[in-house]
Design a protein around this ligand. Structure first.
Ligand code: PHE
Length: 481
């Protein structure tokens, strides 16, 4: 093992003396669970990051941001903002071995900082409540694909009507989000290595395999390369402040940042394993899967002669018409919606885990009880979101923000929650805990973080500032991401 840079070595047991001399850090952590190793962590954390954000949200964000222009800024945001925030969160988790509230209690006892952790837990709950509704749609679409609903003859009008009536039907919308919450709770009840890690180790390779099959199908379609060009060739004329906002918001959401999911997952990180490598792998995996999704959807779209527009309905409305025209389209539709459901599941697991970890660590609840109660409570908040897509009129257009209940949840938790959370987390690390501490904990075990000074600088100054600019922009213009 290479020497740690100014860091005490891991002992043979993998446990290390606390760096900050805080006796609290000596508390035994047995019983909380831990990843069995690097692969387990990478798959679970990549599972959290890779979700609807990559396969459903990224493509329609890209189409709203002019294709390549968006992708270009998005990649910059991932590297310049996302990765530093990711490492800041992982370091906090690793140093404290706690949920977000407990983590800030440990690092800044007697201050207001634990409230930031509380905000993260609330955001986890709030995001889970609307995310599980959309995840439910993916299961409904998987079912429809399996029953052959996307055969030849599904045109744009038929597909749009199908989507509208599907998300507007109260029964399926509520039932499928309940189903999704139940499956999530079953996995979370199983614990860290036995539940979350096990599920991720099966689901993530399946997801990758399915996406690669779809990629090969899409890029070999006649005219498919036009879609590749659209996604990868930035048209600088398309670059607007709005594109930057969309890209930064997408980076935060897609990497599960700003609400402590990565603090929580980092808290189960074995001490003797290299975090620089594992963190980089998670970021890269998230980025690659988003690009992969884009490289499936846009070639398919261009090949079918369709416009790369479509907003949130892109994968639900436009893709079925593409499948309808594609040889073996019904089969590829099944694969696609299966991959969406799988990706969503590994993300809902992490959202629920943040809340469960809080109840287990701070309130002394049993994990199983916590997961069950959170699933039930979340369902109560999911119902109005499920009913807000046409089933119940007043929920479809709320007086606040003039949006549906589901969209309001996204604005509150996804936009404001994550960006305020990310600003405060980076300010905490930059000015209260200190970036040297962050680097020590990242490099614990002996691996130097390449570009460590750059990351420290970004965390301390650039991230909070850049995200604050985006926050002001969305608050002033009402153009959310
Ligand atoms: N990153 C997930 C996705 O891309 C969503 C998510 C956000 C999960 C925040 C956890 C925390 O779908």
């Amino acid at each position: 093992m290479r020497p740690a840079y100014g860091v005490v070595h891991a002992t043979a047991s993998g446990r290390v003396p606390p760096l900050d001399g805080n006796p609290m850090a000596m508390q035994p952590t047995e019983g909380r669970g831990a990843w069995s190793g690097k692969l387990g962590f990478v798959l679970a954390a990549a599972g959290s990051a890779i979700g609807l954000g990559n396969i459903w949200r990224f493509p329609y964000m890209a189409s709203e941001g002019g294709g390549g222009a968006f992708v270009f800024v998005y990649l910059l945001c991932v590297m310049g903002i996302g990765v530093p925030v990711l490492f800041a969160e992982l370091a906090i988790g690793r140093a404290t071995e706690r949920n977000p509230v407990g983590a800030f209690k440990k690092l800044a006892p007697g201050t207001m900082w634990p409230a930031l952790g509380g905000m993260g837990v609330a955001a986890g709950f709030g995001i889970l409540a609307f995310y599980s509704v959309i995840a439910g749609w993916t299961v409904g679409y998987l079912w429809m694909a399996l029953t052959g609903a996307f055969g030849p003859g599904v045109d744009a009008a038929a597909s749009g009507a199908l989507f509208g009536s599907f998300i507007g039907s109260p029964g399926p919308a509520i039932g499928l989000s309940a189903l999704f919450l139940i499956i999530t709770a079953v996995v979370v009840r199983g614990g860290i290595s036995g539940g979350i890690e096990k599920a991720s180790k099966i689901l993530m390779p399946v997801l990758l395999g399915v996406l690669i099959i779809l990629l090969i199908r899409a890029v070999t379609l006649p005219g498919g390369m036009d879609g590749v060009n659209y996604l990868l060739r930035p048209q600088l004329s398309e670059l607007t402040p709005q594109v930057v906002v969309l890209a930064l918001g997408q980076a935060l959401f897609s990497m599960s940042l700003g609400m402590g999911a990565m603090i929580t997952y980092g808290s189960y990180f074995p001490k003797d394993i290299s975090l620089p490598f594992a963190g980089t792998a998670v970021a890269l995996a998230d980025m690659c899967i988003a690009l992969l999704a884009g490289l499936i959807i846009f070639p398919a779209l261009f090949s079918a002669g369709m416009d790369p527009q479509g907003g949130p309905g892109l994968v639900f409305v436009v893709l079925p018409t593409v499948f309808a025209q594609m040889p073996l389209g019904g089969f590829f539709a099944i694969l696609f919606f299966a991959s969406l459901s799988i990706a969503a599941l590994t993300s809902t697991i992490s959202l629920m885990e943040v809340v469960v970890a809080y109840l287990v660590d701070e309130r002394g609840w049993a994990r199983k009880k916590a997961a069950t109660i959170i699933a039930l409570a979340c369902f109560v908040l999911a119902v109005p979101s499920a009913l807000s897509q046409g089933a119940v009129g007043w929920l479809s257009s709320m007086p606040v923000f003039n949006q549906s209940f589901l969209d309001v949840q996204n604005i509150l938790w996804g936009n404001y929650g994550l960006s305020i959370g990310a600003i405060l987390i980076t300010l905490f690390v930059g000015f209260k805990w200190g970036t040297p501490k962050m680097l020590e904990w990242i490099e614990l075990g002996g691996n130097r973080l390449p570009g460590r000074e750059f990351f420290a600088f970004m965390v301390k100054y650039v991230c909070p500032l850049a995200i604050a600019v985006v926050l002001v922009f969305i608050a002033v213009t009402g153009q959310y991401f």
